[in-house]
Design a protein around this ligand. Structure first.
Ligand code: ADP
Length: 541
């Protein structure tokens, strides 16, 4: 017997309707490339997104068509987030930091019919356009007239919006309709497309809003530093609208100085970003102090936030750090770290140890850890295993690819490619990616643990640890270390002595190299593929 409750479709337009009705007067601020600030409300967003959806339908865009976006975090990109799915099409965000060939590959693979381009990125986009054939129309936003360009078929965004109607009825009734798409950045192979549905994104939004997750409310002012081209800006554009939180969109101003200014000027309560951003902001406010005390949650993820940085933010600046873990394939939120009642008696330092973990799965997500044979492993806080997940906002297949055993188990779990431990009370800690673990004589050494310890050394700015081939042990750790600028006193003996306090002798790196910067991917993560190519002659790339 079925329950007797309404089959109310969980579609993204419902979120926008709610924002318009209840929080219509709340502000969305955008920093424009010319340095001025654009200000409007959720009611304005609603009206313009609806017109955009209407205009796209009139021009023949069908349910399921993919439309690309190439831009910064700003109000127009917010409109695209709602207007494109609002007419039933798929909002396919393109990563502006990839090489032209990669973006072109992704556009062709997705078969994008239209690409919306931020005018300030036009020159960056031109070489990409030269390599694609599926795009019928380019739509330019952020300018009043079409500048000189090599792009064919260019339309102004404002002209398109003017074609739309205010009373357009949202057409999507099936909540399983695709609404968004994001390709993985390819740190582990060819870019692969994750295709989100209205239902999955709606449920992810509810998941984000849980008090045990991001706990966003109508009292918040959010600064999403995570780009809208990276996993839907971690879902903030939807969560903020459903909760009625105000937004300050940074546009192209992602440098530490402007970000610290925005926090201070707008009394920001929630920020989201990868650790490298927060390391930069920390160094900035050491030099030029700003008031960051309005922040109630500095949400950080994408790669591990070093414990030393958590201690710096909480101990020195009084800013609460919330460590989260997720993946493009998970919309992205999987786990988030909050202290619980059982941590009450802990010392400050022990609490920071907890906060350095990636936390507990948010309600809706299930986790398990398994060994190489797929056998479940105990949650004892020490046993490392491969992390597998399932839930309503986890992919079941990549776009245009059959589900492979490499990514999915036969009993319906997604294989994350991460290695972690679980405590008995459900706190997850990433120890590595399966590809980055150092397998030395049958034992596993976590490259992340070594990196965290190295970065805690006062003269170290960055450190990345990779496996190098070894005849006897098969693999051994090598550390690439970046000294703090102007520090020449750093030497291998010091580093070995520093690490010996935390690691068994057999775990210590066999080799150290000093470099000026760790190579990074388009999303700011360490690019160990590049280091491996450089230091192992491609043998372990
Ligand atoms: P990719 O880097 O492959 O493009 P994503 O951007 O989706 O993919 O990143 C997902 C991966 O980032 C996770 O599988 C994990 O390895 C890493 N990651 C995300 N958050 C954290 C975190 N808080 N700590 C450690 N690693 C993290």
């Amino acid at each position: 017997m079925h329950g007797l409750m309404m089959d109310y479709p969980l579609t993204i337009d419902r979120i926008l309707e709610h924002a318009n009705r209840i929080y219509g007067d709340r502000q969305i601020y955008t920093k424009l490339p010319n340095g001025s600030t654009h200000t409007y409300t959720y009611a304005d967003l609603y009206r313009r997104a609806k017109r955009l959806a209407s205009a796209l339908s009139k021009r023949g865009i069908q349910i399921g068509d993919r439309l690309g976006t190439f831009g910064w975090n700003n109000y127009q990109h917010m409109e695209l987030y709602y207007g494109i799915p609002g007419c039933g099409a798929v909002c396919h965000t393109l990563n502006i930091r990839l090489f032209a060939e990669q973006v072109a590959y992704i556009i062709e693979h997705a078969e994008d019919r239209i690409v919306f381009i931020d005018a300030s990125l036009l020159k960056l986009f031109e070489p990409i356009a030269a390599q694609v054939s599926c795009v019928e129309q380019y739509v330019l936003y952020g300018v009043d007239s079409v500048p000189e360009t090599t792009l064919p078929n260019v339309l102004l965004y404002e002209d398109l919006i003017a074609e739309g109607d205010d009373d357009y009825p949202w057409p999507v009734t099936d909540e399983r309709t695709a609404m968004g798409m994001c390709y993985t950045s390819g740190t582990t192979g060819d870019p692969k497309g994750a295709l989100y549905s209205h239902r999955s994104m709606y449920l992810h939004t509810i998941g984000m809003l849980q008090a045990n997750a991001a706990a966003i409310t109508s009292a918040d002012m959010i600064l999403p530093v995570v780009p809208q081209f990276h996993v839907m800006s971690w879902g903030i554009p939807f969560a903020a609208a459903l909760a009625g939180a105000e937004l300050i969109m940074p546009g192209p101003f992602l440098q530490p100085g402007p970000l610290a200014d925005m926090v201070q000027d707008y009394k920001v309560t929630v920020v989201t970003g990868v650790p490298t951003i927060w390391m930069g902001v920390y160094q900035e406010v050491q030099k030029n102090p700003r008031d960051l005390s309005s922040i109630r949650a500095l949400i950080v993820g994408g790669s591990a936030m070093p414990r030393s940085m958590i201690e710096a933010y909480e101990g020195k600046l009084g800013v609460n750090v919330v460590h989260a873990w997720g993946m493009t394939e998970m919309s992205p939120l999987g786990t988030i770290c909050h202290l619980s009642r059982q941590h009450e008696g802990l010392s400050q330092s022990e609490q920071w140890d907890v906060k350095a973990k990636q936390g507990t799965p948010i309600g809706g997500i299930e986790l398990r850890i398994v060994d190489g044979d797929g056998q479940e492993l105990p949650w004892d806080g020490a046993t490392m295993g491969e992390l597998q997940v399932r839930g309503p906002w986890v992919i079941k297949q990549y776009f245009k690819r059959e589900p492979s055993a490499e990514s999915f188990t036969s009993d319906g779990w997604f294989r994350t490619g991460d290695v972690c431990t679980m405590t008995p009370d459900g706190y997850m800690q990433i120890t590595d990616r399966t590809k980055d673990l150092i397998k030395s004589g049958g034992e596993w050494i976590s490259s992340v643990d070594l990196e965290n310890a190295l970065i805690a050394h006062p003269l170290v700015r960055e450190a990345a640890v990779i496996a190098i081939p070894d005849e006897k042990w098969s693999e051994r750790p090598m550390a690439a270390v970046v000294p703090i600028e102007g520090q020449t006193g750093l030497n291998v003996d010091d580093l070995q002595a520093h690490l010996s306090a935390h690691f068994a002798k057999w775990m210590l790196p066999d080799k150290f190299v000093f470099i000026t910067e760790v190579p990074k991917t388009s999303t700011g993560k360490f690019d160990k593929k590049v280091l491996r190519q450089q230091y192992t002659d491609g043998k372990l790339a």
